[in-house]
Design a protein around this ligand. Structure first.
Ligand code: MG
Length: 164
């Protein structure tokens, strides 16, 4: 019997502002600028939610967690991811793998990428080798290159958990 697979992609960008905390992949990143946003502004987790929702045909993060709703003000984006995981499970989708590219000029993420992988894999219930995190600079060009913004793209693959 055939089992369906679905692919989804997500993108997010937030403005970087001096003095705000920088959250990426669910972890605080020591830096002198942070993401401006209604929640904690974690571009990796927001793009991840959109990739997962997109693969399942469930709309986007703004549909489920609208900025107009005060309960999401300052919210940890882990809550968004855990809610999306639950939505997928209810609809008989399991996650195969996710592939993240984060775009920021500084700081270098170094070993933080490995810690983010572990954190995201735990939230998604995946082995760590099913979560990939890659970091790119913009070679000093444009708003990301000038450290005025941080962005992320995510591709996610789902498979049906019941045979169709
Ligand atoms: Mg966002």
């Amino acid at each position: 019997m055939a089992t369906a697979t679905r692919i989804g992609q997500g993108f997010d960008l937030h403005r970087l502002v001096p003095g705000l905390p920088l959250m990426l992949g669910g972890l605080p990143v020591p830096w002198d600028k942070g993401s401006q946003g209604h929640s904690d502004g974690d571009v990796i987790l927001h793009a991840l939610c959109d990739a997962l929702l997109g693969a399942a045909g469930l709309g986007d993060i703004g549909d489920w967690f609208p900025p107009s709703d005060p309960q999401w003000k300052g919210a940890s984006s882990d809550r968004f991811v855990m809610t999306v995981v639950s939505l997928l499970k209810d609809r008989h989708w399991s996650i195969v793998n996710v592939d993240v590219t984060v775009m920021l000029e500084a700081p270098k993420l170094g070993e933080l990428k490995s810690l983010m992988k572990v954190h995201i894999a735990q939230m998604l219930g995946l082995p760590t080798d099913c979560v990939s995190i890659k970091a790119k600079t913009m070679e000093g060009l444009g708003p990301i290159g000038q450290s005025e913004a941080v962005a992320a793209t995510v591709v996610a693959l789902l498979k049906e958990t019941v045979a169709s």
